[in-house]
Design a protein around this ligand. Structure first.
Ligand SMILES: [Zn+2]
Length: 300
């Protein structure tokens, strides 16, 4: 009898204890999970470019995409179908007959500089369901890593436009390597991926630069439609729109900059392009066939 009572008591005790444990175990990981993910995200966004901290930004970016999309399959998400290629005069052409050739590629150089301009550009691009390449300079990324992150988060492509925006044609091979590499590095540290496109400042290059860019797995380009927004005589929104429309043809690779009159012109420009029947190429749909591009290039 005494044994029976003892057994009942023990069973009751075990049941009570395990219920308590289960409760505790249920609470703890939730709390920890919330705290740790919040703790990871906060500092990364706010700290300026600084080597060790940037690694956190890197990890953060990866986590965000994983949790934001499908947790199980991360490599599958960045594999858009390649529907276009770039020809030797830097126009964007369809890879097959079913793909529309009446398209343009939108590119913006020399940023990221200014929050208001970037916000406005991103809003306008979203309104028109357009994607673009933002060719950035390393020294600007170092000052404004959060702007680079915004552009990346909005689904646009980042291009390498050298660290210092110098005329690379005149530089030694070592300087050229560094101007290219340092941008690949800071962009990867900031958003977790390296640029796939390269455009030399002033469109000025040499054979070594072209070969080196190709070696790094990037597609080299200048442009085929200059908005002239950098020219003192064309720094008005109407001029930017008109200059692009004057040179417009299927596949136009449109060069613009992060400049106030271009930002102001953007909505009107994209409206006019749409009215003319043009679509906007998603840069991630352009084939990065670096060998062909570089070979054809030297023949120009
Ligand atoms: Zn530039």
């Amino acid at each position: 009898m005494r044994k029976f009572v003892l057994a009942i008591f023990l069973i009751a005790l075990i049941a009570a204890l395990s219920a308590g444990c289960a409760k505790g175990a249920g609470n703890v990981p939730d709390v920890l999970h919330e705290e740790s993910s919040a703790g990871n995200q906060e500092p990364a966004v706010e700290t300026p470019a600084d080597q060790p901290v940037n690694e956190e930004v890197d990890m953060d970016g990866a986590e965000e995409t994983e949790t934001g999309e499908e947790p199980a399959e991360e490599p599958a998400q960045e594999e858009p179908v390649k529907r276009y290629y770039m020809n030797k005069i830097y126009d964007i052409k369809p890879l097959d007959e079913e793909t529309d050739d009446r398209v343009v590629l939108l590119t913006f150089d020399d940023g990221p500089k200014d929050l208001e301009m970037i916000q406005s550009m991103l809003e306008t691009l979203e309104k028109h369901e357009a994607k673009a390449i933002f060719f950035v300079n390393g020294f600007r990324v170092q000052s404004n890593p959060e702007l680079l992150q915004m552009i990346h988060d909005a689904g646009h492509a980042i291009g390498n436009h050298s660290w210092d925006h110098i005329d690379l044609r005149k530089q030694t091979d070592d300087v050229i390597r560094q101007q290219v590499d340092d941008v690949q590095k800071i962009v990867e540290e900031t958003i977790g991926v390296k640029p796939l496109f390269f455009r030399p400042p002033h469109g000025s290059s040499n054979e070594f630069l072209r070969a080196y860019v190709k070696e790094q797995g990037m597609l080299f380009m200048t442009w085929s439609n200059g908005s002239l927004d950098w020219d003192r005589n064309h720094q008005k929104p109407e001029a930017v729109v008109q200059n692009v429309l004057d040179q417009l043809r299927p596949g136009s690779n449109i060069l613009m900059h992060e400049l106030p009159w271009t930002v102001e012109a953007l909505d009107e420009l994209l409206t006019r392009l749409t009215e003319e029947g043009y679509g906007f190429v998603d840069p991630f749909e352009i084939r990065i066939d670096t060998e062909e591009a570089a070979e054809e290039e030297t023949g120009v």
